[in-house]
Ligand binder design. Sequence first.
Ligand code: AMP
Ligand code: MG
Length: 423
Amino acid sequence: MNEPASIPALSCADDYDPNSMPVDKAREVIARFLSPVTAIERVHVRSALGRVLAEDVISPLDVPAHDNSAMDGYAVRHADMPGAGEVTLKVAGTAFAGAPYAGSLNAGEAVRIMTGGVVPPGADCIVMQEHVTAADGKVTIGTGHRKGQNLRLAGEDLKAGAPALKKGQRLRPAEIGLVSSLGIPEVSVYRKLRVAFFSTGDELVSIGTKPTEGQIYDSNRYTIHGMLERLGCEALDMGVVRDDPKLLEDAFNQAAAAADVVITSGGVSVGEADFVKELLNKMGEVVFWKIAMKPGRPLAYGRVGGAHFFGLPGNPVSVMVTYYQFVRDALLKLAGQDPVEPVPTFKVPCTSALRKAPGRTEFQRGILSRGADGSWSVRVTGEQGSGILRSMSEANCFIIMPTDQGNVAPGNLVEVQVMEGII
Ligand code: AMP
Ligand code: MG
């Protein structure tokens, strides 16, 4: 396991106010202390989806391997093409994808060729089948054909010896296909990031246990598990831990020993945080921020033992918002992905009136939809309380309202971030 960078500067040397920490500043501070995994393993391409390349993938061959046709038509010699009028050529044979023409093309000949077919030696021009008249083993062709037209040249996409993919690239279906197209069966990837997580709270019971009066089902652990799985992490579920200093200390010790990252939910709000603070100061270096955002104000970040630590708020919506806005990118970096680009945002008209106090960033839950005229707009999911998980479930985007923004009137443009694809 990699030791996280030491973070003594976190609590004193920075010019931020932990009681009103801007979202961007928190992201920046977090990014400073991330030390990615370094251990490498070899995996078959079939098991490589979502993994991060630990080495460049070098192409062992030219892509395409041969000059080939981009169209269905006839391979000809450009020298045979007429300057005026028409020419009639003898069809000498066929070049289909996977079944090349055996000979080379002589003057006065054409070869019937299909898309992907290897261009026979001698040919330097492909005439589309729509531009010829074919009859009795002959084709008649008019003017206007350029040398090299409709030809895909060997090595045009990628030259042998050139990097096809760079270290740090996360493998999506496109990359899996690309690696396979080079005939490469295995790739070097970083080992999966190990993330241990637990919920804190005396009121919580796990599903399968009947809650008594005042108790509620733990949902955060299941949400976090789902989010970690989608990100390709190895998720270590450590259950519910009571608000008891001894039990929490044991849980933190176990989690930090087993994982690269420890994520908790609950126990970081004012009042509750006090004994957690004391405990974590003893076990590592942790800062407790009140982020200038809604939802998700309290957030703890730092190092516990040898592990990176994120202490998320307890409210189920706050857990998801803080995870997506702070933890996701950090986990991708820790897993070796480089670069990690922010999830794109764009502006659309909002059909709802939104209330917003300036001075903090708000992440409301929105539904992007397409109107009858084909244009996109967004509306809010309804009640935005940070305990209403249904607002996340109904949403397909965040409506992000920056610090300085005030109320939004229907028809105003707002910034949205699509949730699907955040992976
Ligand atoms: P806390 O930050 O611990 O004060 O929790 C804030 C709110 O979130 C309280 O109403 C908790 O009951 C609720 N909460 C905390 N943890 C969970 C959890 N794991 N699942 C569902 N609700 C939770
Ligand atoms: Mg609690």
